[in-house]
Structures are given as structure tokens and as C-alpha cells.
Ligand binder design. Structure first.
Ligand code: UT7
Length: 324
């Protein structure tokens, strides 16, 4: 039995926000943003919510997989920007799509959220508890950004991506071959945003909630060293080489990070599909949105091997190699 991705889906908000538009409301320019990051536009919510985008992405993934919502056993949503503290986004999705038999919960591993979710779903299926899972990465990052801080707000976007994983008897595909997750909490404050204010009667100086603040250069250094190391470790465990991999689907934070990983792995940029130019950095949603784009464009054939890797806040990372 293998554990395979049976279908994918994604949902982006309707509103496109270009770099040129941003330069009319803050001191920035298309030249600065696109040359430093590769981002040209992003989608931002107006009416959509983290749960509504998640549910839409989930429905599309179920259709792609040919699986009914009531047959889903498990829903995991990776997000740092759910609509409520409770209910979880996963429970909202469960209700919205009618996955009445599913266990549902959220996890927060920031930009690695989808990859952590894939690992958890894999582990649940491997030990025999569940036969399938809907794993979603979804963010409304525009609500946790400081729109007066041009160094962060121009980088991020909103959206959701989903994948259906299931046990499979298809002998032509190994499905998920190897994966790893990692964390380095000692560097967590290089990408941080404080949650609600605690004004219980014992707290004398409640700390104001804070928007996301980032030491971009520290995050950059972390990414360009950790991601190639993680990919190499996972490939070594799988006894595969970079030449065996058709596509490397990386978290879409910055084109320069992806170029650096491509250089360090000695793999041409053609093997690194890109969505950041039109989505910006969508944290946990980046990898599943990109996977869905690659899948829906018909770029994947059965038997192709791909690597997916997420990295970011926490600091965290998660990498997986699989056969389509
Ligand atoms: O999911 C993980 C998320 N995190 C990341 O992906 C972050 C990784 N890091 C990066 O991508 C880069 O560090 C950034 C794109 C965030 C920044 O690029 P940088 O080359 O490290 O620029 P910088 O922060 O050193 O800023 C250079 C200059 C500064 O001006 P001065 O001090 O040199 O005069 C900034 O004030 O650029 C200025 N600046 C801007 N100018 C125009 C910062 N933001 C902007 C902006 N428009 N939006």
C-alpha cells in the first residue's frame, strides 16, 4: 500500500493587487518589489475568509480526486490566520463541505504548515488509523500585516490550497517516499506577530497585539541553507538523486531564495515552478497552490518524482519526496 496525493485544488481571492497599485498607497515601486522578490501581484481578500477559501479549495481537490466529502476521515488545516480562535478552520471546512465523518483540526507551523500537515496525515495513514485525509494550507495574511510597514506588507498575499491523500493499491506509484520536518524555536523572533492582548486582572502591563514583523535577511539566510540541506537529507534517505526529480515545489517566499536553492543543488531553474509572481508569499498556502497549478496544467505524469519543501516562521521546515 502506498500513500498518494489523489487530487488537488486551490482558491484565490477575486481581487488582484499589483505592485503599481501598492506604489499609489505607500512609498514603494514595482521596480523595488519585483527586482528584490519576483512578486508582481498578489490576491487580497475583500469578502473571502480563511475558511471560505479553504472550503472552496477542498471541494476542488475532492472533485479532482473523485472522492465524496462524507468519505473523508481527516481534515488538517495549516494556518496562522484562521477566522476564529475556535472553531478551527478545519471544523468550519468540515461543516461547509459536509465531511460529516471527518476528524478536523488546525496546526500552526507558519509557512511549513501544509508540509507538517502532509507528514501528520501520512503518519495517521501509515499506522492504520485513517485511510484518507484532506490537507489544506490557507491564509488571510493581509489581516496580520502592518499596512504601514512597506518592508513586510508588500511581500504577502491571501489564498488556500488543498490536497487529498489516500491509501492506494496502485502498484505503478510509490506515492510518498520520504519526508522530514524540523524546527528551530531559538530563532523564532526573526518572524513574529503577537496575538490578542491578555487583560485578565492579574496582568499589569498587557502587551498590545502586534502585526507580523520580520528580519528579512535572517529569514533569507535560514532559508538558503536549511532548504537545500533538508532536500538532500530526504533524497539521501530515499536513495534518490536530484537528477531523479522532475520538479521542486518550494515555498514561494522570494525568487532569490529559489534561485539560491537551485544553484546550491545544481539544478536548473526550469525544475522550480513559480507562483509567487502572481500570488506573493501565501505562507502555508504557497506549496499546495503551486502543486495545484502544476497538476492542473498537466505538467505531472504518473511516475514523476517531485519534491515539496516549506520553510518559514517558527522557524520551521518540512520536505517530502513522492512519486506522482
Ligand atoms: O515565508 C518566509 C517569509 N520571509 C521571507 O521570505 C523573507 C526573506 N527575505 C527577503 O526576501 C529580503 O530580505 C527582503 C525582500 C524582505 C528585503 O530585501 P533586502 O535586500 O534584504 O532589503 P533590506 O531589508 O535590506 O532593505 C533595503 C532598502 C532599505 O532602505 P535603506 O535603509 O537601504 O535606505 C529599506 O528601507 O529597501 C528599503 N525598502 C523598500 N523600498 C521600497 C524596504 N521595503 C521597501 C519597499 N519598497 N517595499
Amino acid at each position: 500500500m502506498s500513500i498518494r496525493i489523489m487530487g488537488t485544488g486551490s482558491c484565490l481571492p477575486e481581487n488582484v493587487v499589483t505592485n503599481d497599485f501598492l506604489s499609489t498607497i505607500m512609498d514603494t515601486s514595482d521596480e523595488w518589489i519585483s527586482s528584490r522578490t519576483g512578486i508582481r501581484e498578489r490576491r487580497l481578500v475583500k469578502e473571502e475568509t480563511t475558511a471560505s477559501m479553504s472550503a472552496e479549495a477542498a471541494k476542488r481537490a475532492l472533485t479532482d480526486a473523485g472522492i465524496q466529502a462524507e468519505d473523508i476521515d481527516l481534515i488538517i488545516v495549516g494556518t496562522l490566520s484562521g477566522d476564529y480562535v475556535t472553531p478551527s478552520t478545519a471544523c468550519e471546512v468540515q461543516a461547509a463541505i459536509g465531511a460529516v465523518n471527518a476528524v478536523a483540526f488546525d496546526i500552526n507551523a507558519a509557512c511549513s504548515g501544509f508540509m507538517y500537515g502532509v507528514s501528520m496525515a501520512y503518519a495517521y495513514m501509515k499506522c492504520g488509523m485513517y485511510k484518507n485525509a484532506l490537507v489544506i494550507g490557507a491564509e488571510t495574511l493581509s489581516k496580520v500585516m502592518d499596512w504601514n510597514d512597506r518592508s513586510t506588507c508588500v511581500l504577502f498575499g491571501d489564498g488556500a490550497g488543498a490536497a487529498v491523500l489516500a491509501l492506494s493499491e496502485d502498484e505503478k506509484s510509490l506515492g510518498i517516499i520520504e519526508l522530514e520536518q524540523g524546527a528551530d524555536g531559538s530563532k523564532g523572533m526573526v518572524l513574529a506577530g503577537r496575538d490578542r492582548m491578555n487583560n485578565n486582572p492579574l496582568v499589569t502591563n498587557p502587551k498590545e497585539p502586534g502585526y507580523v514583523q520580520m528580519d528579512g535577511q535572517e529569514v533569507y539566510k535560514f532559508a538558503v541553507t536549511t532548504v537545500p540541506e533538508s532536500i538532500n537529507r530526504v533524497l539521501d534517505k530515499a536513495q534518490l538523486k536530484v537528477e531523479d526529480i522532475k520538479y521542486f515545489l518550494l515555498h514561494q517566499a522570494n525568487i532569490r531564495i529559489i534561485q539560491s536553492v537551485s544553484k546550491r543543488l545544481k539544478v536548473p531553474m526550469e525544475s522550480f515552478p513559480i507562483s509567487l509572481d502572481h500570488c506573493g508569499n501565501v505562507s502555508a498556502a504557497s506549496v499546495p497552490i503551486l502543486l495545484d497549478e502544476v497538476n492542473k496544467k498537466g505538467m505531472l505524469q504518473k511516475g514523476d518524482k517531485i519534491v515539496m519543501s516549506g520553510f518559514g516562521g517558527g522557524l520551521t521546515w518540512g520536505t517530502c519526496v513522492l512519486e506522482w
